[in-house]
Write a protein that binds this ligand. Sequence first.
Ligand code: AHR
Length: 316
Amino acid sequence: MRHIKWVVLVLVALSLVAPLAVAQEDTGEGLTIGFSQIGSESAWRTSFTNAVKAEAEARGINLLFSDAQQEQENQIAAMQAWIAQGDVDAIVLAPVVVSGWDVVLQEAKDAGIPVVIVDRNVDSDPSLFVTRVSSDFVHEGRLAAAWLVQATSGQCNIVELYGTVGSAAAEDRNQGFNEVIALFPGMKIIRSETGNFVRTEGKQVMESFLSAEDPANICAVWAHNDDMAIGAIEAIKEAGLVPAKDILIVSVDAIPDIFDSLDAGETNATVELSPFMGAPAFDAVVSYLNGEELPKWVPVAGKLYTDRAAYDADHQ
Ligand code: AHR
């Protein structure tokens, strides 16, 4: 009888500690993960880097961080070094552009190292990576366009500050935006040029738009990210115009600075891009290593905001 009591006690104790042990394993504690990041071109990118590092630290993941400084060849070199050294359990890749990843992804696969794509997309065969954790860039473009159509009753000459050419974030946002404005004959993109997602370049491109075009002919700026929008705001002010009134502005990211601009009445709308993709990316690595089947896309949601209060209410 005493023996049975002990068995029951041990079983109860095990049932109490077992879920804890599983939870720890599920965080990825003890894994070494290589994170190939694009660079630090924007405030959003820096927040994303910080969020991934913080998430890794909280989980006890050993994160090998590589900043590619906007160069795909640096990303490939970092991945190939991790593969050759065999010192990573997985790789998280934020690819700068869509094309050119087949060889290195195949090398990772051959070495048995799972790759999770985060943020921007690749055009490689989906069998070469575990999954992609990202927002829907096409939808972001559609949201921005829909807001602008409403704000202008479908009549607007738009200048576009394009992101990095060849990147999924720029190509897909452009696609979504154009899909919507194509439905309204009065909505036209009259000028488009890349500012590479960089604030200073956004300002320079906007200056060139303002000198090439009669400013009265520009109804709105569609910027592929907030940093370029903020650069454009500076250019508009320096040209003696009133941003968000003389020229409307809509962009993507929802960085803290853009809410300061909204507070100041100097911009009109931003579409949120969550920087918190580290947690779902690490979850995907752990699930894969545990032998689970994963969908090829893990979506991260975002909404359009025209004021800080609405954003704060959604992020308490
Ligand atoms: O890939 C996402 C984009 O990259 C962000 O919108 C932009 O700020 C960043 O540079």
